[in-house]
Design a protein. Structure first.
Length: 177
């Protein structure tokens, strides 16, 4: 019988069920089994969100953040040149728009009188796109597009979202990478 080293991470192979040993710095990475060649995820850092101070990925669904479009920051010149009337129209148009990010999924709800809801599970997120003009970067707003492995194209498209890179980081803590 092989002696197992203390301080190592131990896990049976998903394919051949032989006990494997991993160094602690390999936690969260994918490693090929030397016996059968099956790729295994080394346990230990599945809860990247918990390590970042966010609600854990496991357990019941919890809301992490709620986002609303920031129309005045996204369109400052429109606000100034139209003396606020254009900003009021944009604000009213997006009054009911919300993005809810939980520890399991991202949900976009649009509309004040008529509603539209789209959701993507974080386990299925394939791509997150952030688009910012120079002015958007100054005011730290941007457009976010989220696409999943289940659909072709972008499923959630949100405009004028404050702190888009922080939103991407938050979602990245919950998606498998």
């Amino acid at each position: 019988m092989t002696q197992l080293n203390p301080g190592m991470i131990r896990k049976p192979c998903d394919g051949c069920e032989r006990m494997l040993e991993f160094r602690p710095e390999q936690a969260g990475s994918k490693v090929r089994c030397p016996h059968c060649g099956d790729v295994n995820l080394v346990p230990g850092s599945e809860d990247r969100a918990g390590a970042a101070g966010l609600p854990p990925d496991y357990g019941p669904e919890q809301e992490v953040m709620v986002l609303r479009p920031s129309m005045v920051r996204a369109h400052p010149f429109l606000t100034i040149f139209t003396l606020g009337i254009g900003a009021i129209v944009l604000w009213f148009r997006h009054l009911g728009d919300r993005i809810h990010i939980t520890n399991k999924r991202t949900i976009m709800r649009q509309g004040l009188f008529s509603k539209s809801t789209t959701e993507v599970l974080h386990d299925h997120v394939r791509n997150i796109q952030i688009s910012q003009s120079f002015l958007n970067r100054i005011f730290d707003v941007g457009d976010i597009g989220i696409s999943s492995s289940g659909q072709e194209g972008i499923e959630i498209q949100a405009f004028a979202i404050p702190h888009p890179n922080e939103v991407k980081k938050t979602i990245d803590h919950y998606r498998p990478m």
